[in-house]
Design a protein. Structure first.
Length: 67
C-alpha cells in the first residue's frame, strides 16, 4: 500500500519486515536522557533507527501475536 504520513504526527517512516524487526538482535535496552532524567528503556533497532517509548510498547504487543 502507499502510505501517506500525517505531517503533524509522523517524523519519518521506516520500512522493515516483521521478521527483521522482531529478530532478537534488534530488541535492545539503553538509557535515554530526557529533561534531566535517565530512563532505562527497551527499544527496537530498525536499520539504525531507534524505536522506543509508546511506539515500542505497541510493537511489543504486536510481536507477541506475530511470534
Amino acid at each position: 500500500p502507499k502510505f501517506v504520513p500525517e505531517i503533524m504526527e509522523v517524523k519519518s517512516m521506516i520500512m522493515i519486515s516483521p521478521e527483521e524487526l522482531f529478530d532478537p538482535n534488534n530488541r535492545r535496552n539503553t538509557i535515554f536522557r530526557r529533561n534531566g532524567y535517565e530512563i532505562e528503556a527497551p527499544y527496537y533497532n530498525a536499520h539504525g533507527h531507534i524505536i522506543w517509548g509508546a511506539t515500542a510498547m505497541i510493537l511489543s504487543e504486536f510481536e507477541t501475536f506475530f511470534l
